[in-house]
Every structure is written in structure tokens, then in C-alpha cells.
Design a protein around this ligand. Sequence first.
Ligand code: G6P
Ligand code: BGC
Length: 892
Amino acid sequence: MDSVGPLGLQQGDGAPGCPQEALPCPSNSPELVQECLRQFKVTGAQLRQIQASLLGSMEQALSGQANPAPTVRMLPTYVGSVPHGTEQGDFVVLELGAIGASLRVLWVTLMGTKGHRMEPQSREFVIPQEVMVGPGQQLFDFAARCLSEFLDAFPVGNQGLQLGFSFSFPCHQTGLDKSTLISWTKGFRCSGVEGQDVVQLLRDAIQRQGAYSIDVVAVVNDAVGTMMGCEPGAGPCEVGLVVDTGTNACYMEEARHVAVLDEDRGRVCISVEWGSFSDDGALGPVLTTFDHALDHESLNPGAQRFEKMIGGLYLGELVRLVLAHLAQRGVLFGGCTSPALLSRGGILPEHVAEMEDPSAGAARVHTILQDLGLRPRASDTELVRHVCAAVCTRAAQLCAAALAAVLSRLQRSREQETLQIAVATGGRVFERHPRFLSILQETVMLLAPRCDVSFIPSVDGGGRGVAMVTAVAARLAAHRRLLEETLAPFRLTREQLAAVQAQMREAMARGLRGEASSLRMLPTYVRATPDGSERGDFLALDLGGTNFRVLLVRVATGGVQISSQIYSIPECVAQGSGQQLFDHIVDCIVDFQQKQGLSGQSLPLGFTFSFPCRQLGLDQATELNVVAIVNDTVGTMMSCGYEDPRCEVGLIVGTGTNACYMEELRNVASVAGDSGHMCINMEWGAFGDDGSLGMLSTNFDASVDQASINPGKQRFEKMISGMYLGEIVRHVLLHLTSLGVLFRGQPTQRLQTRDIFKTKFLSEIESDSLALRQVRAILEALGLPLTSDDALMVLEVCQAVSQRAAQLCGAGVAAVVEKIRENRGLEELTVSVGVDGTLYKMHPHFSSLVAATVQELAPRCAVTFLQSEDGSGKGAALVTAVACRLAQMTHV
Ligand code: G6P
Ligand code: BGC
């Protein structure tokens, strides 16, 4: 008894041929035909529902939702950048799974910017059926044999080859060269491969073959290869669409939207794997009895339902099932059938393509049907064409609905109302079915009217694209190596930081003893921090940081009230004569007093003068009713000390950098007295001016120092503070550009401009909340044409430079607090550090990196960092207040 399929079809060994006597065309054959063809009609509403449901499933998968499991996988491919156009070299590509029961090996030569294009050379190898369903090792050994057979024709010698592996099955990728097969599709079902890393399986097989040294650099899905194979002039394509034996698409998604990636910058190519899309609500109504029959007979029933309605491997089968159905009801071929018509795979995709092609005349269709063992009547050929057209039209429309879902996702992902995008298309269904693309285009215009889509056929089935990915992977790997080499000197080890701490301790001791040292350790004559009993109104000046401020500070029972005004210091004054500077300062004071109604009043004044000053006394540094001159570090310490008496260290990390702390007077050789404390202005900016930081200094530091107004001076400051970090980054970027790692190796005029890269850019670029596109915006505003990779590398350069700065600063603070702890012979020290300065305050990670380094290098000190709110002007006023209080006590 013959086996009867779900469609009640005779199959397998059902007796093909004709009924005893030819069946008259049943009267209801037009209805039977219409009923068949109607099943393949998909309405606009159904297509929109498929579009919406697929989009929903895509976003579920992107967000990492597992329950209910989304029906599309949305697999990250680790392809993060589109070709530069600079990729060059010879690459070998092995394609497995894209074109059904055969694999293809290609030799692709990329010419980089030299423009003209070399045609890839390729060879196709048919995969024996038993290999497609046999042990996995057999398949990979077969592939390795084909590879070396192909390479035998090339003058390879023993040069190392880079290979891109196009493996067109759903895979979990964890890197460009690491990919685990989820499940076979499209007629493959080799054992021992699902759940394995297919790159390793190929590497092992190549190893076993042992003919050539081939480095498998990247594994790519054919949709990705197609996208990357987009003609340079036409693209860049950001969507890849394949309809060959199977179907799939990929597109460039914002990395921050891909939950599994934990990456918030840049874009990553996502392989949608829409072949597995199956939402009964959306697909149910368009699934025909023929689809169910095909699925039931397939190697993977229930899986890849969407693919089975679109993929070239299945179109022939669908047409066969319809024709067999109609034949056995006497509607077609006089009720005659044939072995080809009744057996799976009897009608090949190329048959359908020809019969569906309007340019192929009825005669051609007749011949094809005859070759299939049928005896078509004249009316049959037209009907068969309608069936082919119905099956292919639906496939193109469903493909369009899926593509429209991807376009809607791109609009959302990029928050764009309208989208202009290039889609690379690949696969024999596009090549063979001329109407497929036009139906797809029309339907996409209906479903995604706000998307301006250009379709770019990929020229050689994506082989070139795979070579591109391999070249990009090789380029990125080479660039990554160069970037790491360039940034390595900025990555300080714990040992190096501990050495800086120790050297600073020695320099402090030498400075305090008045011996030669790069640390001047200047006594400030501030002997005490405020005790809260200070009272009065004080004028304060704050000069030396970004702004010059005049302040009126009222110290009263309820606390400190401040009113202040910022005045600019014109460049010509800052670089002019001292006389000019102080005249300008007095003008500002007079202006301030008038505005504050203080004219004619003589208030004690504290002056924060943030430059190295050798003080002979609190006020012996200049004229006016100046009571105190303090360094901004001292002002900051005092200002924070007023709130927290444990604050005995002042730290500035702004335009410049420096620190002060309360030292034991007995240790200060230049000031008489053995008891009590003296605040020491370390002027640590000059640390290393004796060359002791030479081992850490890079060529970039040397370039910044040579170009500065004080070469050889302030070496520690030039590695840490705001005036210099931007310049260090600029020099590193120039170096990386010269290596071709950045900006496609094209140095821009702007980047060669001194101080064009502000230190505040580091703070902006490194802020966690900034998406890469904002990083790009900052850099593009600088006239730097860059790619996402470039922006990611600029970010890494900024991170390396600021991290080193923060760690060096931390090593300095660790030296200071350890000094205080040892001064007091304490096991543990609890101390606070008053901090000010734009870099410390504005940079997103600087303060935490400083604190982490101090913890690491001074574990016996519990250090609290207090950000000074009112700047050191208040501190200067408090020093003045303390001085006035002490003066009154001596006069009482
Ligand atoms: C605050 C202080 C100034 C100090 C400055 C340093 O504004 O009040 O005395 O000089 O910080 O930081 P900056 O980033 O302005 O150089
Ligand atoms: C100055 C210090 C000052 C520091 C922070 C350095 O350039 O030499 O006196 O404390 O900058 O403003």
C-alpha cells in the first residue's frame, strides 16, 4: 500500500503515471486551482502583522528575554565595523552551507585604496549526500581536502594564509573567530557538531590535512558576508539579505541595545536568523496545507517554518506539492503524475525559476515538465506558471515583510523617523527569479514607506564580503596590537606606582631637610587649621586656576557666607609684566568693593596665589592690607578643614596640580621650632624635574614638554593636570594616525593644531552616559572624519592617559598620607584630603581611580576625599581669620 502524505499525496513508490483512462478535467477544476492559488495570497494586513510580530520578536531577543523564547535568535556576529576601503591582501574564503549541497573555496585579493578590483577566483565542490548527514568530522575533513585541492593551484609556498569561514547556519558567536553551531538547517544534519565551536573543528581538520598553514581569522554568516561584500562605491550597506537555499538577514544594530553584549558603544552586526520565525498568530493564517506537508516531510519538522516558505531549497518542493495535488485531482496533466512529481526534491529551484520567468515562453515550460516525466497539455503550462508565480510572489512578499521589520528596527535603534539605507542582496533566488527583487522592493515600499532603500546586489555571493570581514578582522587585530603597544607605557603596574610613591617620599624628606630635591616642600606658615572660633569679614583673592575670583567672606557663628565675582585675566596680562598683573588685580578689587558697597573699607585680605612661592611669613610675599598669601592647595585644605577638622591634606588637580599637608614642624629644617605643625606646600608639580620620572615618561610626554613654555619643568604636573592631558592625547592620536590605525592614516590639519584637543574632551568622551555617536560628534566637531572603530580607539587613548594621571596622583597622595601616619607613629591613620580643580571634579572616573590607588598603596590610611565647594578663596579668608585670631591673642 503506497504511503500517503499529509496532503493525501501518493508518494515515494506511489504508482506514477496515468489513470487507466485519462481523467476529464473536473468541472470544478477552476475552483480547485483558485483555491490552491488563493492559499498563497497574502494580504497587506497579514504582511503588516508578520512585520510587527517579527519586530516584536527581534526586540525581545535583543533585550535578552528568554521566556517566552523569541522565535528569532538575533545573534551578535562580532562584526563591528563596515569596510574602510583600505583593506588589502590575499585572503582565502571557505563557504559552507550558503549554496546547498556544495561548498565553495575562493581566493580573494583586496586592493585597498588602489581602487581597481581583482575578480575572486573560486571553485565549487559538491558535497556527497552521505557527508551532509554523516559524522561532523567527515564533513570538516572533506572541507579541508577541498581547501588544499583548491590551493594546490596557487603559488602559496609556505606563506601563512588568512582564511574567512562563511558558515551559514545559526551559531552563537562569542568572538569573530569563535562560533558554536546551534542547529543544522537546509538539508545538513551531521552528527557531533551542534553545540561545538565550528572554527575549532575546521582548524583541527586543516591541521589533520596538514598541507597549508592557514589561520582561520573569522567565521561569518553568509548574510554578513553579503553585507560586507557591498560594492564600496554603492555602500556602505548596513543590511545584508540572503535568499538562496535558505534565507536570512543581518544588520548593524547599536551595541547598547544588545543585552548579551554588555557593550554600550558602537554598532555590531546582528544575524537575525529569521528562518526560524514562527508566530502562529502571524504565520498561521498564511501557512498552507502544502507548507504543513513540506514541513512534515522535511529533515527538521516544526523548525525553520519561515525559511520553508521563502528559501530556494523549498520553493521547488512547494510547487511540486501543489502540482501533484492538482494532478491527482485531474486538474493538471490529465491526472497523470511522474516519479519526479511524486518524490521529494523532484522539482528543483532552477525549474521553478525558469517556469516562473515571464521571458521563458510556454514552450520552455513544456520542455521542463516533459523532462520531469509529465505530459503537459497546453493549458497546463499556463497553470503551472501561475503556481510558480504564486509560490515565488508569496516568498518575495514574506521576505519583504521581514525586511520591513528590520528597517523598522533600524529606525527605532537610531531614533530616526526616516531612514536612508543600502541593503546588500545575495543568493541564487535573487539571481534566478528576476521578479523576486521587484516584488520585494514594491512590498517594502508599502510596509516601510519612510525608508528610502537601495538594493545593492552583492557581486559574488558574499565571498568577497567574507574576505572583507577577514581583512577587517585582520586589520582590527593588527590595529589592536599597535594600539596596545602604543598605550602600554601608560598602563602603570602596582610596582611602578609603588616606586613613584617611594621616590616621592625620598624627595619629600630631602626637600624638608633643605637638600636638593625636585620637591621644594615650601613652608606656608599656616600652623593650624581653623578651630571654628574665627569671626569677621575678609576679602579674598583666588588666582592661579582657571578663573580669577574676588570674594567677600563673612565668618560668623552660623558658618561662612561668601559672595564672589569672577574676573578674566587677559592672555596679555597673564603673559605680561608682574606690574601689569597686580595693577589688573587691584582694579578688580576696587570694582568688587564698589559693587559690594565696601568702598573705603579696609578688610583683612587673604590671597590664594597658586604658584610656587617661597614664603618668609604668612604675609611676606607682597603689599595691600594683605594678611595672608596662601597656595590654592592650602586654601583648599583650610576651606575643607573648616567643615572636617581631620582635613590635613590639600590637593589640586586642575589646570595645574599640587598638594600640601600638615607636617611636623620638627621635620621642617628651614623653620625654627620642634613642636607643632606647619603646612607644607609640596609643589609636587615639579616632582621628577630631576629626571627621576624618566622611566615612566613616554615620547608623547617628551613632545608635550618640549612644546611647553617651561621645558624640563613641572614633569609630574605635565603627566597629570588639565593643561596637558589633552595635548598628550593629541600626540598619541597623531602617532596612531601615522601608523594608519586611526582616521585611515590621514592626519588632519586640525589634529596638528596645538591645544585643539581640550582636556575637557577626555571628561566628556569618557563619561559613561555618552553613546559613541556623541563621542564621534565631539571629534567630528574637531574636523576629524572618523569611524566607530576610530571613536572607540580615541576613547581607549583618553582612558589610558587619564588613568595614568589619576594613578600617579594617587601614588602622590599615598606618599603624603603615609608620611603623616609615620610622622605620628600610628598603625592606622584616618585623614581627610580637601580637593579642588576642574579635572578632578569634572572627569567621570578620575576621583575614584585616585582613591583606589591610595587604598592600594596606603592600606593603613583611611582617606576621605572632600571636594571643596567654595574653592580656596574661602580657605584664604580662613587662613586670614586664623592669623587675625592668633594676632589678637598675642596682643591681648
Ligand atoms: C579652584 C580653587 C583655585 C584653584 C583651582 C584649581 O577654583 O578655588 O584656587 O586654583 O580650583 O583648579 P582649576 O581647574 O581651576 O585649575
Ligand atoms: C603651581 C602650584 C599650584 C598648582 C595648582 C601648579 O602649577 O605650581 O602652586 O598649587 O599648579 O593650581
